[in-house]
Design a protein. Structure first.
Length: 264
């Protein structure tokens, strides 16, 4: 359950990229609050600045104008309380599954070697990778790699996790399995905040407390749609609920209008 305090506050943020053929305005006067413990999904037309927004939140990009606050403080540079999961797993091919998950703990000097190993093992087992601790990246399916990627991010207990279309390239069955895994991990870790980009509206609604609909570029917030469906949710059947369909139709109407504007 989200608290009433904004964890991340974005006010009037714009981001312009300089290019030889002319400046590209990715985000324009965007404002958004994200609360502690909330699961937020972000949808919008391709190129509307969704990934730029995540990169600003984590600190990989600075704003061109406006401000970003975390726990009320203006931050610049990388925010080490935020974990980032991308569509590409970026696992180290020379490390085992266990070694990849331990890496974040090693870099932060968290615990002893034995404690790091035990924590990584427990989390890998929890995401369904018992028996794969000593496998390497090339020995894993795409879904397994993303399970490792999620475990590698969760293992050091970040306060916020950003996910940029993490299940995009996976088949439908694997996507459902990973959606279910992610929801359970989030529910078990009270207070973790998730911001999740997707092009899949069913995925966006099934996971979220709120769906953020962005405009065509330059990206702004078109609409914020609450998802009042009760939790815990059955990811495999939730789309059959008439209330789900009503939310889907509302989100799709906003998104379709923005896609039309993009094509004009």
């Amino acid at each position: 359950m989200a608290s009433s305090r904004p964890l991340i506050s974005i006010r009037g943020v714009s981001r312009t990229f300089r290019a030889e053929r002319g400046d590209v305005v990715a985000l324009s006067n965007l404002s958004l609050d994200i609360h502690e413990g909330e699961f937020v999904t972000v949808v919008g037309p391709s190129g509307c600045g969704k990934s730029t927004l995540l990169n600003i939140i984590v600190g990989l990009l600075e704003v061109s104008s406006g401000e970003k606050r975390f726990r009320g403080e203006i931050l610049r540079g990388i925010n080490k309380e935020i974990g980032y999961v991308t569509q590409q797993d970026n696992l180290f091919p020379w490390r085992t599954v266990l070694g990849n998950v331990m890496f974040g703990l090693e870099m932060r000097a968290i615990g002893t070697s034995a404690e790091r190993r035990e924590k990584a093992r427990a989390l890998l087992d929890h995401v369904g990778l018992n028996g794969f601790h000593h496998h390497y990246r090339h020995e894993l399916s795409g879904g397994m790699r993303q399970r490792v990627n999620i475990a590698r991010t969760l293992v050091y207990d970040p306060k916020v996790i950003l996910l940029d279309e993490p299940f995009g390239p996976l088949d439908a069955q694997t996507r459902l399995q990973l959606q279910d895994t992610l929801l359970k991990l989030w529910q078990e870790r009270a207070g973790i905040t998730i911001v999740f980009i997707t092009h899949d509206l069913i995925e966006a609604i099934a996971l979220a407390d709120r769906v953020i609909v962005m405009t065509a570029r330059p990206g702004r917030i078109r609409e914020i749609v609450p998802v009042s469906l009760p939790r815990p949710r059955d990811i495999y059947t939730i789309h059959t609920d008439p209330a789900f369909r009503a939310i889907y139709d509302k989100v799709w109407a906003y998104l379709a209008e923005e896609m039309k504007h993009k094509s004009e």
